[in-house]
Design a protein around this ligand. Sequence first.
Ligand SMILES: Nc1ncnc2c1ncn2[C@@H]1O[C@H](COP(=O)(O)OP(=O)(O)OP(=O)(O)O)[C@@H](O)[C@H]1O
Ligand SMILES: [Mg+2]
Length: 253
Amino acid sequence: MNPSDDVIEVRNLVYHVGGRAILDGISFSVCRGCIFGVMGMSGTGKSTLLKCLMGLLRAESGEVIVDGDIVTGVAEQELARVRSKMGMCFQYAALFDSLTVAENVAFGLKRHTHLPPDEISLRVADALAHVRLRDIDNLMPAQLSGGMRKRVGIARALVIEPMIMLYDEPSAGLDPITAAVLDDLILSLAREHGMTCVIVTHEVRELFSLCDSVMMLHEGRIVALDTPDRLKRSPDPIVEQFVEGRPIGPIAV
Ligand SMILES: Nc1ncnc2c1ncn2[C@@H]1O[C@H](COP(=O)(O)OP(=O)(O)OP(=O)(O)O)[C@@H](O)[C@H]1O
Ligand SMILES: [Mg+2]
């Protein structure tokens, strides 16, 4: 594959928390328009990795390059341009509690564009419709169910029309039907609009049905990076235990 087809490149990324290497020399790349999955036990650093991709956390060494722009080691003010290429759907939605739903979704547009208010309203309505939310514009986050908050978080990320979406546990806390609607949305954004996606989830079935390739992190390292088909048949006992959800095996809980 032509290297320019890689829209995200991560080289030797290292990140410590409390003296422990959460990411211990991670290298991978994600090709344009691909859906790339990340799986691993709770606490293995999946959310940390997504935050490093956005430049929200600063890796101690290694490089993250997004669409040709370097994220690691650059000053905060230089990150705005590369961040505008990425939409992040946070694990716990991370809405602004004092803003209405519509204000939350409009936040990035108001901050980073000079669009007229009418255009902003249209885009907000469109983003909310994408995640099947209607007539909740004036509600406050505290008035929403967990699943609704999650979907508002996704709408807020989508509204800036990013070339890359980073989803941290997109379907956690959603009922199975809404989760399936969301999976269809992720798939159509990638397949019809060429949006590159990185999805972190514990839902192995969801990862395997959506992703072109899936990486498994364990103890700071990549233990597997392959297509879902090959991972399903992986003889690696760590991968096998995780994929099959077995309580007994090399991964001790
Ligand atoms: N702000 C922080 N302060 C201290 N430790 C942190 C902080 N953020 C993350 N950690 C630690 O870093 C490790 C990785 O956390 P991270 O949230 O990236 O894991 P994760 O793989 O996303 O887990 P989960 O599947 O439960 O969401 C954990 O051991 C966590 O305790
Ligand atoms: Mg997490």
